[in-house]
Ligand binder design. Sequence first.
Ligand SMILES: Nc1ncnc2c1ncn2[C@@H]1O[C@H](COP(=O)(O)OP(=O)(O)OP(=O)(O)O)[C@@H](O)[C@H]1O
Ligand SMILES: [Mg+2]
Length: 257
Amino acid sequence: MSILSGLFSSDMAIDLGTANTLVYVKGKGVILNEPSVVAYHVKDGVKKVLAVGEDAKLMLGRTPGSIEAIRPMREGVIADFDTAEEMIKHFIRKVHKRTTFSKPKIIVCVPHGATPVEKRAIRQSVLSAGARRAGLIAEPIAAAIGAGMPITDPTGSMVVDIGGGTTEVAVLSLGDIVYARSVRVGGDRMDEGIVNYLRRQHNLLVGESTAERIKTSIGTARMPDDGRGIAMTIRGRDLLNGVPKELEITQAQVAEA
Ligand SMILES: Nc1ncnc2c1ncn2[C@@H]1O[C@H](COP(=O)(O)OP(=O)(O)OP(=O)(O)O)[C@@H](O)[C@H]1O
Ligand SMILES: [Mg+2]
């Protein structure tokens, strides 16, 4: 039960996701939910944080040379240490204005499949970002508690979490994980699939955000019954002559991708 008691004595909890970061503050609920993206302004080799979260995501894939938008999390864990730290600091500062904790005790969700090195990196980032103490909790346990599953009962509860970077399946009982598998495949891989399909089949270059928009608006893994499904118009760059091009893409094509 140590995991659970640790969880309830924390001031703040962070879900540091590949796609989105959520911050929960005791007594207030989830008060922050923003994309895990940091945009830097780069001048003479010196980086300065320009935007974090929602504002930074808008810049992804459409930055001029002097601005760099980075997603510090890949496949569920920290891929860019410094950027992750900047991001955590920014989010903690942002929620701080609305709370009374000076040096909060923070608990962070990590994928069940994270390695010891990855776990240490996450803790270290949270501590450097100003936490008094940093604890970790396995994502499937956190998800099950959030979903109100009876995880402390001697019955099995199953959690399936498809995120941006990882997909986790876990069976919980008596407050702990009985069985879990984590694969480093998630929504990002689907976006990549769409980008690659459009490049191969249509010589059209689209960015990550366009691919994500296609996925969330008309995406399907199942071939539509009429062999076509709903269509949407997208814009990208023609790889043959470099000019912008518009194209209609159907559900059937997304399923194929
Ligand atoms: N309506 C939708 N249909 C399909 N995919 C969606 C939809 N809405 C969001 N997604 C995808 O879900 C993913 C984000 O999920 P989530 O916020 O749970 O990930 P995360 O917790 O940040 O990632 P991880 O747990 O892997 O670190 C993104 O790939 C996003 O494109
Ligand atoms: Mg997640």
